[in-house]
Write a protein that binds this ligand. Structure first.
Ligand code: UN1
Length: 512
């Protein structure tokens, strides 16, 4: 397997790259170098100077300065800047998509799809910039006006995961920007190059518009230093974190202890219920995309199937036949639908989970092997796995970020919903059924307890227009569409008395 690295230059990526940016690229003399390895071949493609505590200070200080200006710019004018960023992203869709593929291993159509997700969010944010509405409320007092308005928060820290290295930044950063916030991005250390490339694209627009430094900032460095400083820093008004549940807990604890705001989008353990009334062909395609897509490394990945006993055997046979056909290989190649896992540690986690599954009494029906041979020498390629399990198994309760699909059998819908809800996470869920009573029950208050509930489509691949996030240990945050923007602003309730007396609320008479 070979990868072409010549396109990196077109994105402004060199052999060695500065990893901190506050309008200027910063590189301390004592910065340590982070090697960037592609999971496609295991080779080093470039390296990045990681941000030091001094860089951190420079970035936060600049962001505070920029906020004083940016909050005064009318929201539709901020929207115009985001519109131009969206235009620039359109030009780079292919190259940036390719870089996502190089760095984290998802197939090229999915890499480009992720850049499309950024473009969609930019368009959404432009419209939103004229719709940051507050309510006017009927006052109980005469000649009084009661209303609410929304103001920018300040500096927003955006900590993103490797699996959606650019889309998740845009969900947060582009919405925050029209809301009048300034942004400091700390990407995953597995995917720093896409962050640098995006920062360069954004910076081009910022410079061409004559905007000050410090509106969009970047800090590449370990979570234990740079990330931790963000959590403890009162100057960071909101920390938006996408990643694992244990890390999210740390974010909530540290930010919570200084009474700061956090927005958490953590792990999923998403199930599809396949009823006896399902269109099995449609369900099959949805399961394949949901479970094998992105090599099982989406937070919305389908990890559990809850199948009615009457269609269990038929469906499982179809599924195994489909899994056997999955072309695995270089994610840059047309026709491949599953690339490598992000790194060897992820493969080790997958193997550990499968070992645990067997110990608990589960059985593997297909796959779950490490691929060997010259082509797969980097040790990151596996076959996707289908396993039989029980809802109580520890491995089924946990999110393993790998392509393992657990099969669970049910007799009646109540049982299916109980299994679907019977995990600590609550991100995405789906039912395949052509029976409206089943579908409505699943979508009703006694149904799915997840932030996302779908009927006759799978668990992954959400559109940006809806609010994205989940309940329980998924953290409760909502990003992206709908009114998720409210998390990036502060609400202010205003009462104006335009009369000439001073009536008190609740009819209180005070000293009269
Ligand atoms: C993630 O895995 O963190 O719904 C985000 C989806 C994508 C986003 C996934 N739009 O699968």
């Amino acid at each position: 397997m070979k990868v072409d690295l010549s396109f990196l230059k077109e994105l402004g990526i060199g052999e060695k790259n500065a990893g901190a940016h506050n309008g200027e690229w910063l590189q301390s003399p004592d910065a340590s170098l982070l090697e960037v390895i592609t999971p496609i071949t295991g080779e080093t493609v470039a390296s990045v100077y990681q941000a030091t505590p001094q860089d951190y200070e420079k970035v936060v200080a600049e962001s505070r300065k920029a906020f004083k200006y940016w909050r005064t710019v009318p929201a539709p004018k901020r929207g115009e800047v985001v519109r131009l960023i969206g235009e620039e992203l359109r030009k780079y869709k292919h190259l940036l998509g390719k870089l996502v593929t190089l760095e984290m291993g998802k197939i090229l159509p999915e890499g480009e799809g992720e850049v499309q997700e950024m473009i969609d969010i930019a368009d959404f944010a432009v419209g939103l910039s004229r719709q940051l509405y507050g309510l006017t409320i009927a006052s109980e007092r005469e000649r009084h006006r009661l209303y609410e308005q929304w103001h920018p928060l300040g500096t927003v820290g955006v900590i993103t995961a490797f699996n959606f290295p650019v889309a998740v930044w845009s969900w947060n950063a582009l919405i925050a920007a029209v809301c009048g916030d300034v942004v400091i991005w700390k990407p995953s250390s597995d995917t720093p190059l896409t962050a640098i490339a995006v920062q360069k694209i954004v910076d081009k627009v910022v410079k061409a518009q004559g905007l000050p430094n410090g509106i969009f900032n970047l800090l590449i460095g370990p979570g234990s230093t740079v990330g931790q400083m963000m959590l403890e820093d009162k100057r960071i008004s909101l920390v938006s974190f996408t990643g694992s549940i244990p890390m999210g807990r740390r974010v909530a604890e540290h930010v919570g202890s200084r009474l700061g705001k956090s927005l958490l989008e953590l792990g999923g353990n998403n199930a599809i219920i396949i009823s006896e009334n399902a269109n099995l062909e449609m369900a099959l395609r949805a399961v394949l995309f949901g479970a094998v897509g992105t090599a099982g490394q989406r937070c919305t990945t389908t990890r559990r199937l809850v199948i009615h006993e009457s269609v269990y055997e038929t469906f499982v046979n179809k599924l195994i036949a489909a899994y056997k056909q999955v072309p695995i290989g270089n994610p840059m190649d047309a026709g491949v639908i599953m690339g490598p896992l992000v790194k060897r540690e992820a493969v080790a986690d997958m193997m550990e989970a499968l070992k645990g599954l067997k110990e608990e009494g589960g059985g593997i029906l297909y796959g779950g092997e490490l691929l060997e041979g010259e082509e797969y020498a980097c040790g990151c390629y596996v076959t996707p796995c289908i396993a039989e399990a029980k809802i109580g198994y520890k491995v089924v309760q946990n999110e393993t970020f790998a392509p393992i699909l657990y099969l669970l059998k049910y007799k009646d819908l109540d049982e299916a919903i109980e299994i679907q809800n019977g995990v600590p996470q609550g991100l995405s869920s789906a039912i395949f059924s052509t029976n409206m009573m089943e579908v409505e029950r699943f979508l009703g208050p006694e149904g799915s307890d997840c932030g996302i509930a779908n009927a006759n489509i799978g668990t992954s691949g959400a559109e940006i227009g809806g609010a994205f996030g989940g309940e329980k240990e998924t953290g409760g945050g909502r990003e992206s569409g709908s009114d998720a923007w409210k998390a990036y602003m502060r609400r202010q309730t205003v009462t104006i008395n335009w009369g000439s007396s001073l009536p008190l609320a609740q009819g209180i008479k005070f000293g009269e």
